[in-house]
Design a protein around this ligand. Structure first.
Ligand SMILES: C[S@@+](CC[C@H](N)C(=O)[O-])C[C@H]1O[C@@H](n2cnc3c(N)ncnc32)[C@H](O)[C@@H]1O
Length: 221
């Protein structure tokens, strides 16, 4: 499977797709030296322009597209360099639809209303013990089932405080506990800036596996 990861940042999503065996090309508007540590196939570009300028090549080259446009709607969302971003969800969806390829658009809870029938993922669904990190996934051209959402039993650390044993970490802003998150998410190449933007790779690995299962069902039907 060949996957285009738009708005790839330091590669949380990419790592999960790679773990599922996907061959990934990442696109980000900023240089991403830490991304290059896990994947050399990287293009620095505006994501929407990148797609619109290469529609035929993208259709011929890729099987699936992941897009994580930066959010401006969620108070928890901290930008690496600034807080001013246009709403990119709609133009991203329009560009993805033009490709005709199956896709997923990921975003944060504040942007839920902008996503079509999003599926919610939580760290508890993937055996994580210190991560809730709800993220929302709109699919186009295929369907992703909503997994069972286990009950939250543990306390979340208050923002700005160091997490104690038994507390769930909130990887937002200038959070403490980068080492804990690196270990829990298995993202040793990432720094705090990348982690606070990222989805845990377990989420995208799950999406990849569900996508493959959907394709197999379609082929058998
Ligand atoms: C929320 S982060 C993506 C996180 C990533 N999916 C992960 O799991 O690690 C959004 C990224 O979009 C990038 N970005 C912002 N505007 C962009 C644009 N117009 N085109 C491409 N990338 C852009 C930012 O530099 C940032 O790295």
């Amino acid at each position: 499977m060949k996957l285009l990861d738009l708005y790839c940042c330091q590669g949380g999503a990419t790592a999960g797709y790679q773990a599922a065996g996907f061959d990934v090309t990442g696109v980000d508007i900023d240089p991403q030296p830490r991304y290059l540590e896990i994947n050399k196939a990287f293009q620095q570009a505006d994501a929407v322009a990148f797609v619109l300028d290469r529609l035929d090549w993208i259709r011929e080259t890729f099987d699936f597209i992941h897009a994580s446009p930066p959010c401006q709607f969620d108070s928890d969302c901290q930008r690496i360099r600034d807080n001013e971003h246009p709403d990119l969800i709609e133009p991203t969806r329009e560009a993805l639809e033009l490709t005709g390829l199956p896709y997923v658009i990921e975003n944060v809870s504040g942007a839920q209303a902008k996503l079509k029938d999003p599926v919610e993922l939580c760290g508890l669904m993937f055996g994580m013990t210190r991560t809730y990190r709800h993220r929302y996934f709109e699919t186009g051209g295929w369907t992703l089932p909503q997994p069972h959402h286990p009950r939250h039993e543990m306390r979340q650390v208050k923002l700005g405080r160091r997490a104690q044993d038994g507390e769930v970490i909130q990887a937002v802003g200038n959070f403490s506990g980068v080492g804990i998150v690196r270990a829990e998410w298995d993202v040793p190449w990432m720094n705090r800036d990348g982690i606070r933007e990222a989805i845990p790779p377990a989420y995208s690995r799950h999406i990849a596996e569900q996508f493959l299962a959907w394709r197999a069902r379609e082929a058998a039907a």
